[in-house]
Design a protein around this ligand. Sequence first.
Ligand code: NAD
Ligand code: MG
Length: 297
Amino acid sequence: MSDQLTMQNPVNRYPDISPPKQDQPEPGLDVELIPRTDRGEDTYRGTGRLEGRKALISGSDSGIGAAVAIAFAREGADVALSYLPEEEDDAQHVCEIIRRAGRTALPLPGDLRDPAYCRDLVGQTLGGLGGLDALVNNAGRQIAVDRVDDLSEEQWRDTYETNIHAMFRVVKAAVDHLPAGSTIVNSTSVQAYSPSAHLIDYASTKAAINNFTKGLATQLAPRGIRVNAVAPGPIWTPLQVSDGQPKEALPHFGKNTPLGRAGQPTELAPAYVFLTSSESSYVLGETLNVNGGQPTP
Ligand code: NAD
Ligand code: MG
């Protein structure tokens, strides 16, 4: 199989999938997704770009976060993984790949809606990895609801707690421990600019993340800490089948992009590697769009 550095036609680097209608309780599991995703297990080739770095990545059991964790380990980083306790099987699979790369994997399950867990997560990372210099706030929750009348208080609050409040809390717990040269990368979304009618809670958190990223980048620049974001388009992950999309939308997922197909999680990893590596030393407050060609502001 070709690695990510081999010249390939982006149109057919991955097949144009038509996922069957399927349902998983929230949070979905990668092990049960049809078709399976590519998180770079067999393809991502490291080139020493994150040698010796100590990373904490939320939502790194599956999907984009798993692909980022695998890439970071192959680039030379030790990785602490945050995920929900129900996702242990997915997380252990990723830990195994990290260890096979000769790096430390530190599994830290918990619920990011709990402020105490946000703080403990940072403390345990510092203890377990002996420091922290690469934070990736990637966890997210997306539940489609067609009508605002049916969007509950509880869902609105859970989406905001998971997607943006936890990001603030983890950053706040971490910032005093981040040495100059550290990086923060936040997962936002194309939804930040082009909200779907059925995702108003989710999309508005993603707009907040974009803005938070730029403001925080400005604030932390003098301390030598760079903050950036990655905005994925339609990527085939468990988020989509645990009510992230209406069921009837699944077979068409990603087909309306200029490339005509959904993205695979491993296609996101190089963006996170770039923004974490010192090669992007003059890039701050940027949102790197990885969305199959959809125009963005
Ligand atoms: P995913 O389901 O694989 O990852 C999301 C992860 O978030 C879960 O694995 C889970 O560990 C974590 N999470 C959710 N609620 C949590 C909670 N309360 N406590 C702790 N962890 C929690 O899906 P993904 O698509 O890889 O999502 C990763 C990020 O990418 C999310 O922020 C998502 O919004 C963003 N994103 C995804 C897409 C896409 O099309 N898949 C598009 C744009 C943005
Ligand atoms: Mg998961």
